[in-house]
Ligand binder design. Structure first.
Ligand code: MRU
Length: 347
């Protein structure tokens, strides 16, 4: 499996997701500032990937400070604190940083070993979640072959291995069950049309780019049998934050009676939040909206609303699938079961 993120001895190597699909370029990251910039500019993006980058970043910091003769844990802890705040919405970043930092007392090699173990775990977690989610999709949808719709990028670029929702789609295609994937373009940064389409092309899965605002129209025309998305943070009751536009998709899917599935690792759950109202939503630079390819596409001075994520309430979700369990959302057909509490060990 080609991995999008790894350690090569003295640096973090990552696929630069800003320049795909025009160019496949690897970044060699050797400082904390470079890593934070890579995460904030979305060179490294996707909740699991930024969690892993956070863990590798703590290892990088520990090695850099050791090489400089600075063995004081406080310097690495300060780097870790800065890194954990690079993006606020995905819980995985702070989780990855915290987990790697937990080994700091044992030295830089122990921190690196933890980060490397997390990369391997992520691959195993991806595979388990993808199998479970693929089986669930087949049990929920009578039609074959399937027409699927996805949003943003949840594939190998966003994780250490096959991905979550997109990994599930590729798995279903490998089982011979996919007619076509509608790939939301995912404005404004086009993670769908640039990255998901690139991955589906690589995996030889048939797809069409779907204008974001056409998703509901596609549903009403019978072009969608199931919607699959990832998540950046899932609250205790099953409300979940994901790329802006996910909530609108969930509303449309509920209206059309189409299953809406979330595939995400257990590390994306944030049990400290009772519901989604406490999830901090990142607002990004207005220039992402006012400009395209360096050219202004709005009047000078136009005000901009550019949240990077939205929160989908559990009541609009059919199920949330992780490596270990399937949690029923509010649309699972069991109104007597509070969302997020019904846990099954098989689909
Ligand atoms: O801003 P991004 O591109 O990092 O947003 C990513 C998403 O919203 C993904 O759907 C989510 O992180 C899950 S990736 C497996």
């Amino acid at each position: 499996m080609k991995t999008s993120l790894y350690w090569n001895g003295d640096a973090i190597i990552a696929v630069d997701q800003r320049v795909l699909p025009r160019e496949y370029r690897l970044l060699r990251i050797t400082s904390m500032d470079e890593l934070i910039d890579a995460i904030q500019s979305l060179a490294i993006r996707g909740a699991p990937a930024i969690g892993l980058a956070g863990a590798l970043g703590v290892a990088l910091s520990a090695h850099l400070h050791q090489a400089a003769g600075d063995t004081d844990a406080a310097a690495v802890e300060a780097d870790a604190a800065r890194l954990a705040q690079a993006r606020p919405t995905a819980v995985n970043l702070a989780w990855g940083v915290r987990r790697a930092l937990g080994r700091l007392a044992d030295g830089p090699e122990a921190v690196l070993a933890e980060a490397t173990a997390m990369l391997e775990e992520d691959a195993a977690v991806n595979s388990a979640a993808v199998w479970r989610a693929a089986d669930l999709v087949l049990s929920l949808t009578p039609k074959r072959p399937l027409r699927l719709l996805t949003h943003c990028n949840t594939g190998r670029l966003a994780t250490a291995a096959v991905g979550t929702a997109l990994g599930t789609i590729v798995e279903l295609a490998e089982r011979g069950c996919v007619a076509e994937v509608l790939v939301d373009e995912t404005r404004p940064l086009l993670q769908g049309s640039r990255l998901t389409a690139w991955e589906l092309c690589e995996a030889a899965v048939p797809y069409r780019i779907c204008v974001d605002s056409a998703a509901a129209a596609a549903m009403t025309q019978g072009l969608v049998d199931c919607v699959l998305v990832g998540a950046d943070r899932i609250a205790d009751n099953g409300d979940m934050a994901n790329k802006i536009g996910t909530y609108a998709l969930a509303v449309a899917a509920a209206h059309h009676g189409i299953p809406f599935l979330v595939v995400a690792p257990e590390s994306t759950w944030d049990r400290t939040l009772p519901d989604g109202s406490g999830i901090l939503i990142e607002e990004r630079d207005p220039a992402e909206v006012t400009h395209h390819a360096g050219m202004a596409v709005t009047p000078v001075g136009a005000g901009v609303y550019n949240p990077a994520f939205d929160v989908t309430p559990a009541r609009l979700i059919t199920a949330i699938v992780s490596e270990g369990r399937t949690v029923a959302g509010g649309r699972a057909g069991k109104p007597d079961t509070p969302a997020g509490t019904m846990v099954t060990t098989s689909p």
